[in-house]
Design a protein around this ligand. Structure first.
Ligand code: ADE
Length: 418
């Protein structure tokens, strides 16, 4: 199998860690078991551009169990776990293209290598495969059954392509499934962002002022978990509804210009550009910690930080200390890339279980359709979304009630009132 990985000798470590993650992915395991019997993906080539983690490895082997030939590249230059890449290449024959720390050129060489395999389905986390197909590999468009998108930023990009009339393939917005964003984005990002900050800095959150930029699902998750650890949480927003929600959830809400001098730790999770820029760095306290948990490394204006600095030091892995004129220090984590994957291991397996169950079931859905979905951005079918919730509850040993016939009838009728 063609591959570009750091070191095949890392495979045993990747295998052990992937098996460890599998213990917390019972829904995906049950799908893989069924796939093994039914082979719904026989004959398909699936190309994936996802964070190369132990959880992704379990998704890749589930797709193989369904009969697919799979190839995988990284969806971020800093998120690859090299042992996992080795495990997939060596033990499972996955065409594997990912090396932690790869530069932009190699990152796109890897994207092209996946497209050279001629995929009939693609899986994206950030829409880089789909956008490269549209700009460089349009010959793939007619045979592409569809693409799945894992993250909010990717869905926003794809909707922009659709709005501009540029999207030429069907896409399923896996991110928008309830069993994805209500859990992965909220609990996964919430916990793993804190995990990344703590691993990088060993900072104490109790008593610290932590500024959360963006109160979407990820920001909500982070704000609540940081409060649980004793941080005093400030939220910044541009959306009135979300600002109101954060206020009524008990957080202090204010513009970033007011938050900048107050914060000890800043985290951006907005999906937008230059949320923290020069005037904010100038207003921050000495020793402020700045991290990003949004998909792209554009939320923190690194150029502005560099331009203000007279010196840059690297006191720890994943920490760059920028020394501003006058001596103030601003600590940037993980090069401004998503801190939960740059300095930690990403979301825990127990939550990726649901996200990747949706991915696997959407692959089966695309493969089983009598004809290709129309071009556009589609929702995950409701039966898949609810089915994942049911399987997850079952795996947790949690039972729920069933409506009685009388209750079903009551809900369907409009005649019974006061
Ligand atoms: N995105 C966030 N966390 C992840 C993980 N553990 N694996 C794959 N993609 C992720």
């Amino acid at each position: 199998m063609p591959h570009d990985i750091k070191d095949p000798a890392l495979a045993p470590k990747g295998r052990d860690r992937t098996e460890w993650a599998a213990q917390s992915m019972p829904v995906l395991a049950s799908i893989a078991e069924r796939f093994k019997r039914e082979r719904p993906l026989d004959g398909l080539t699936i190309g994936a551009c996802l964070h190369v983690t132990t959880e992704t490895a379990n998704l890749m082997t589930a797709l193989q169990a369904g009969g697919a030939t799979v190839s995988l590249c990284a969806s971020n230059p800093l998120s690859t776990q090299d042992d996992v890449a080795a495990h997939l290449a060596v033990d499972h024959g996955v065409s594997m293209f990912a090396v932690r720390g790869e530069d932009n050129e190699r990152y796109y060489e890897h994207i092209r290598a996946i497209l050279d395999e001629g995929p009939s389905i693609t899986l994206d986390d950030g829409a880089d495969l789909v956008s490269t197909i549209h700009t460089e590999k349009q010959e793939l468009i007619p045979k592409l059954l569809g693409s799945m998108e894992e993250t909010t930023t990717g869905v926003i990009r794809l909707r922009a392509m659709e709005r501009d009339g540029e999207l030429k393939v069907p896409v399923i917005a896996v991110n928008d499934a309830d069993t994805k964003h209500m859990f992965d984005n909220r609990y996964g990002t919430g916990q793993s962002t804190i995990d990344g900050i703590i691993r990088a800095t060993n900072a104490l959150l109790a008593g610290a002022t932590l500024v959360v930029a963006g109160y979407g699902w990820c920001g909500r998750g982070l704000a609540h978990r940081a409060r649980g650890l004793g941080a005093s949480v400030v939220v910044t927003e541009v959306d009135a509804l979300k600002g109101l929600e954060a206020t009524m959830d008990g957080f202090r809400v204010m513009p970033m210009d007011e938050a900048a001098p107050l914060g000890d730790i800043f985290v951006t999770l907005t999906g937008d550009i230059h949320v923290l820029t020069g005037r904010h760095f100038e207003a921050m306290k000495d020793g402020a910690i700045v991290a990003n948990s949004g998909h792209f490394d554009v939320e923190i204006d690194k150029e502005a930080l560099r331009a203000l600095s007279t010196d840059v030091r690297t006191p720890r892995d994943s920490v760059e200390t920028f020394v501003l004129a006058g001596g103030k220090r601003i600590n940037l984590l993980g090069e401004g890339r998503l801190i939960n994957l740059a300095a930690a291991e990403g979301h825990p397996a127990a939550v990726m279980d649901m996200s990747f169950a949706n991915q696997a079931l959407c692959c089966e859905h695309l493969a089983g359709l009598p004809e290709r979905l129309p071009v556009g951005v589609h929702a995950v079918p409701e039966d898949i979304d609810h089915g994942v919730a049911r399987l997850k509850l079952e795996s947790m040993g949690v039972g729920i009630d069933t409506l009685t016939p009388e209750q079903v009838e009551y809900l369907a009728s409009w005649k019974v009132g006061t």
